[in-house]
Design a binder for this molecule. Structure first.
Ligand code: OGA
Ligand code: MN
Length: 282
């Protein structure tokens, strides 16, 4: 089965032109999954996606994560995380990340069994700002100079949610801290489906390379971060309400621009976990 697509950049990303992403039969779903693995991010425009439909579609890709920030989960579907600057009726924040600038990160890289993918659906978007950028870490890895490749060969790095939260002064409860202790992962990981290698580090959450002196570790990480966000590896998305983006979280990291907080922005996110059978490369 062939789906109608348009490349978003020469190297990765595709828009899938489909009327209703919630109505995939098995053949179309299997084609969609292949596209996701091939292109790294998939964009769907003009969708009307209920929380139930988003959850059901996401679950076809794998088990879903219930985010540790339980205060921002949908009351109806705990698999849905609100990403928003809006407020609940009681005046508390409705979602994570508010209107701030959010630096490059991989979702859930700080978990022992990290995320395989995320699907964000845009419900309300501000007239400007709040653009989201994705970086293709498989292409970045392949293009790395040989000396850098060699220096990280076989190495692991520390991934820290606390580091991310501290950068944004996000309050974190004791339970949340206990559930998100630092972990280590290989810096280069083989994708469970495509078998392609990706750089698996990000400025927002990676703090050090295991087994190297601090200055060397910092120097290598900085070089890798600078290299991997070169324009040829990045896709920038300007949101319209009704957009959905499904990204391969084993291959792409992302960041977001700030926006004027007087305008409401609401995104709903589901997170697909790495299936147990495929988690071995970690
Ligand atoms: C996220 C995230 C970006 C955005 O939900 O994981 O980083 O555009 N959001 O809000
Ligand atoms: Mn994110």
């Amino acid at each position: 089965m062939t789906l109608d697509i348009r490349q978003l950049t020469p190297g990765f990303g595709a828009e899938v032109r489909i009327d209703d992403i919630a109505r995939f039969d098995e053949a179309a779903f299997s084609a969609l999954r292949d596209l996701w693995v091939t292109h790294g991010i998939l964009l769907f425009r003009d969708q009307e996606l209920s929380e139930g439909a988003q959850t059901a579609l996401s679950r076809r890709f794998g088990e879903l994560e219930i985010h540790v920030r339980t205060e921002y989960l949908s009351p109806d579907f705990p698999e849905i995380l609100f990403v928003s600057n809006m407020q609940k009726a009681n005046g508390e924040p409705l979602g994570i990340l508010a209107d701030r600038d959010v630096g490059w990160h991989y979702d859930q890289i700080y978990l022992p069994k990290p995320a395989l993918g995320s699907l964000i659906y845009a419900v309300k978007v501000p007239p400007e700002g709040g653009r989201t950028y994705f970086a293709d870490m498989a292409a970045a890895y392949e293009a790395l100079p040989d000396d850098l490749k060699q220096r990280i060969e076989g190495r692991r790095a520390v991934q820290s949610y606390e580091h991310f939260n501290r950068s944004y002064s996000v309050p974190t409860s004791k339970t949340q801290k206990a559930r998100t202790q630092d972990v280590t992962h290989p810096m280069v990981r083989t994708h469970p489906y495509s078998k392609r290698k990706s750089l698996y580090i990000c400025p927002g959450m990676t703090t050090e390379i295991i087994g190297l002196p601090e200055t060397e570790s910092r120097d290598i990480l900085d070089r890798l971060f600078e290299f991997s966000v070169r324009p040829e590896f990045v896709y920038a998305h300007d949101w319209q309400a009704g957009d959905g983006i499904l990204w391969d979280n084993a291959r792409t990291m992302h960041r977001r621009d700030p926006f004027d907080g007087r305008h409401p922005r609401l995104m709903k996110r589901t997170t697909i976990l790495m299936p147990d059978a495929l988690a071995a490369p970690f």
